[in-house]
Write a protein that binds this ligand. Sequence first.
Ligand code: ADP
Length: 963
Amino acid sequence: MKVFTRLVNLIILLIILFTGSPTAFATSLKVGIYQNHPKVFVDEKGTPKGFLVDVMNEIAKREGWTVEYIHGTWNENIEKLENFEIDVLLDVSFSEERARRFRLNQIFVIDDWIEIFVPSNSPLESVLGLEGKRVAVLEGSIQEEFIRQEVKSKFNINFDVVSFADYASTVDALNKTHVDVIVASRFFYFSKERENNIWPSSLILRPSYTFFAFPKNQKDEVVMAFDNHMMDLKNDSESAYYSSIKEWIRPIHQRNYRKIFLLIGFIVSAVTIAGIAFIITLRHRINIRTKHLNKQNKEIQAINLKLEKLVQEYKHTEQELLKFRFMVENARQEVYLIKPNGQVEYANHSVYSSLGYSSEEIAKGGVKLFDPVYGNSYEDHFNELKRHEVPAFETVHITKGGRKLDKVIKSFYLVFDNEEFICAFAEDITQQKKAKKALHESQLLFKTLAEMSPVGIFRTRADGYTTYVNPKWCELSGLPYGEALGDGWINAVHPSDKELVRNNWKERTSKGIQSTAEYRFIRPDGRIVWVLGLAKPEWDGETITGYIGTITDITEQKNAELLLKQRAQEIEEQNKEYRRLNEELSTAKAKAEESDKLKSTFLANMSHEIRTPMNAICGFSRLLERSTLDERKRSEYVDIINTNSQQLLGIINDIVDISKIESGQVSLSTKEVDLNTMIENVVSTLTPTLSTRNVRLEFTHKLAPPQSKVITDEIKLQQVLTNLLVNAIKFTKEGTIEVSYSLKDESTLEFTVRDTGIGIAKENISQIFERFHQVEGSSVDSRKGTGLGLPISKGFVELMGGSIWVESEVGKGSCFGVTLPYSPADYKSSSKTTGSKTASNWLGKTILVVEDDVHTQFFLKEVLADTGVSIISVDDGEKAVKQCRENKSIDLVLMDIKLPKMNGLEATKKIRKFRQSLPIIAQSAHAFSSDSEKAFEAGCNAFITKPIDAKELYEKISQYLGS
Ligand code: ADP
């Protein structure tokens, strides 16, 4: 293809030659030059000169171009050409690579060759002499490319290549012996850079041709113009081309002894001329001979190369042998080379150090010396080995000292130089065997212990995978051995513990730390086994190889723990109960103490309250006995006795009332009551007690009749209001006491008793309605009283379906209030009034008084004396019955209940048998409702309590005897 391209170019050139000049296409050229005397260079004045410059100038002159020379190093020029910065580069030797990179003209400018230049004092005989040398070349030159890429491989030699930017530097390096030779263009010989001591060696490496080089884009016309002129110049012996060659291509330096040669040459020239003919004749023959010699020389060189190679190979093999011998000699393994008869041909150091025999002893004694068993059957072994490979086997070697060593032998059959051998390698396994035995024993021990162990044992890999469990482990878990391995063991763990145990185990094994866990196995028979699991990592020095662990049956312990826990809980609960009871007891005790205290206070008060009126009664009763008393004094004494009797009765009534309230025996006895009359009566009864004090008692708000008439238990309501007013009077030194009532709403009545007395402290308010309670130290007067007034009032009010309350401020006064359901009386039908009777006329009537107490008998007789009634008195039940049977004139019986011989109830029952209509009024000091009920049951018509109120007695009798 290249040949074809060149041919085409040549044809184009010829066409141009014959058709006209291409000068019209170019006017100025940039030409790259560098320092390579005498071909191209710039002199001291900076003028480009040299053979190629002359040729360039001649072509430019002929074409009419102007030329601009650009100076640089060779490499710079190459670069510029590539970058289109110059149009032409001079002195470009042909190479494939350059032909690819640039355009080259067709007709070479001058022929050239690559030659080796050497210092005059060290000539070079052949190219092979370059071996190991340092070779200087022009950087980027064709010489560099050639010497680097081809010479080494072609001639199979090695040398260093050093590149320099110009010839001056290469010469300098040679002079300083930094390099040994210079490889350059043949024109270097003519260069002024070459110094006199540097001479061509006549060793030509390769011919070459010099061209003009152009950038790739250079126009064809320009390149062809160059070829056109080159052809002209070369064909004309008178041309500037040849005159320039003459001028520049001539040696500058000559050897010192050249003149002598010239002289001698001159002398002998005649002889030479004469011999020329002879020489010319011989030349042909010499040429042939030289060619032949050159061929032989090349062959010898090739043989030499081969020999050198062989020697090198031999040396290499010898080195290798020495290496292997050293290795075998010093190998840790024992190496034997044994003849078929058992004689030891070779043994390495390990053999002697293991067996203790000298080389002579082993050479003499053979295998039998140290291996009696194997040595005696050596021939058999040899023959077997010869037939086929024999696996490694164990034997026992006996050392010179008589020690037995376990060895493992591997033998090979070998033939060297037609001689047969066994090559055996032996390794001392005595320690290994001992260790193995110890390991076996230890394993056996472990197995025995593991099988006998009363605790479960398990072993795992480092990742927690179970590899072993002992029989006890299987017994505790209920899992067969095979199912326990791997992760199978978790299947036996109780479902409630599974997650925890698995996670705990995973965490511990991932961290490589000891693990402890308590968990349950659930066996196939349903039995639950509690175990304590412990596992420890097993180390091989640096890493964990696995875990070994135990599981201990702690079922009994766990059950005991559970029992203990249960017991502790029970005890705790019992303790709680005890504490609660204790608290209750403490509260009860406190209450009892409080109650006791109250009781003591009450008794003290009671004693005081009873003794005071009793004192007056007893005292003035005695004074009444005096005969000297006038009527006024007597009446005064009787009043005092009456007042104190009433006071005493009030106390007794209070006690009875509170007892009745507490035992739930109070019943209501309602009737129509005019509240205004009732309250006015109370106020008028109490007003005299205020005569000595600056206190006003007022009935302020009331309802007008008929609203004031209600159905209620008059006695109880009157008692409540009296209690409140008595207290108000007791605790008010001065000011006012107001009593009032109104309708709170249409169904509720509200009574209030307001005073301006001492008031009650807040902390005491809640207690004053409790029985026996008095505000301590409130006033001296507060000590007077039983502390029963308010509790009785509260009891009565609540019984009537109402409530009682108080508002009070210490020093300002109190306001007690009572609310009651309002039930107005039907005033049309409620005109019934019970008039009071002071005395009646029962003349002609007979009353039987059944009474064992003579004073009461006397009292009744006295009370009834004014009525004209006849009185018969008996003192027991039997007599009463008898009288009633025998005396038909008896109109009414006043029957005491508590009687000797036969009580009142029995007597009444008997009387009822024969006198059903006879009115019998029971009289009793027993005040409970049950007493009256019993009396009615026995057949009594009415019931009257002691002390007998005369008024009430008259009223009751009037009902039967008429008034
Ligand atoms: P007593 O028989 O002691 O009056 P009460 O049950 O009637 O018993 O009253 C209890 C206590 O309440 C009195 O001792 C007194 O300390 C206080 N108290 C009652 N009424 C009044 C009042 N109007 N003003 C001040 N204190 C009162």
